[in-house]
Design a protein around this ligand. Structure first.
Ligand SMILES: Cc1cc2nc3c(=O)[nH]c(=O)nc-3n(C[C@H](O)[C@H](O)[C@H](O)COP(=O)(O)O)c2cc1C
Length: 247
């Protein structure tokens, strides 16, 4: 385990189930079974449209947290667009590949994973977004949305969304430079990424809801990350809203 106030803060603010809580053994067995279906395959995403979409202020006015979704498929183009808006590349400046969202020191500690359920031409599963290639790396084949919802304190809408973005922090990318203060920057970075994705969703006619209430260890186990190095910090459920929002 890494040391220091930053890591202590991360560990001591975790949500955890009570030991031996109901269904603990069942959940553990399901997670063990997941390991049988791990894959590693790269999927190129359609090029994002950088010009069109709704004007910014209209989009901001219409953003609401949406927790009721239609059972309707999202195209791969739409997923690509949301991912690019969240954390896609916009400029090569010297050695830096700058992105849509700002990042302290241009160190980009936030990675994005996607749990897909209803995305055209993409089997339900777990994917890792690779901004430099505008591609997804498939990690797991199979619908994990129910397990994700369960790991997020049973918030049902996570299992009804077309896809859920999980933002993780790879702490060392920022803390090697800024030490424990880097933890502040990491959470600020994640806020920028999530807001970009939320606004992109509205601009495409979709709705989203940010989620920070989840059992850290369980979401990390679904992602297959080592929490001492990388941990889930924020989720965003995305899908077609059942109702229109705005004044
Ligand atoms: C950091 C953060 C964590 C949140 N976590 C949850 C959550 O776990 N579940 C949920 O239903 N909404 C969650 N929300 C959404 C808020 O409840 C919502 O943003 C707030 O009620 C304001 O409504 P609005 O987003 O429609 O403007 C979260 C929002 C933020 C910014």
């Amino acid at each position: 385990m890494r040391e220091g106030i930053g890591h202590q803060f991360q560990t001591e603010t975790k949500y955890q189930r009570e030991p031996y809580s109901a269904g603990a053994l069942e959940r553990q067995k399901k997670r063990e079974k997941l390991k049988e279906k791990l894959v590693d395959k790269q999927i190129q995403l359609p090029a994002p449209d950088r010009e069109n979409g709704w004007p910014l202020f209209r989009t901001m006015n219409l953003r609401r947290s949406v927790r009721e979704f239609q059972k309707k498929t999202v195209s791969l183009q739409v997923l690509s667009q949301v991912l690019w808006a969240a954390s896609g590349l916009t400029l090569k400046a010297g050695d830096f590949l700058l992105r849509t969202a700002p990042s302290a020191g241009a160190l980009y500690p936030v990675d994005i994973y996607v749990f897909t359920r209803e995305v055209e031409n993409l089997s339900p599963g777990l994917y890792h977004f690779i901004p430099a290639a505008q591609a997804l790396r498939q990690r797991y084949e199979g619908d994990l949305s129910q397990l994700l919802s369960d790991a997020a304190l049973n918030q049902d809408f996570l299992a009804e969304a077309s896809f859920v973005l999980v933002l993780t922090a790879v702490f060392e990318r920022t803390t090697w430079k800024y030490g424990a203060r880097g933890f502040r920057y990491i959470y600020l970075d994640a806020g920028h990424v999530a807001q970009n994705a939320a606004l992109a969703a509205v601009s495409l006619g979709l709705g989203s809801c940010p989620v920070a209430a989840f059992f850290d260890d369980e979401v990390n186990a679904l992602l297959g990350v080592n929490p001492a190095r990388e941990s889930a910090i924020y989720l965003l459920a995305v899908g077609w809203p059942r109702q229109k929002s705005g004044l």
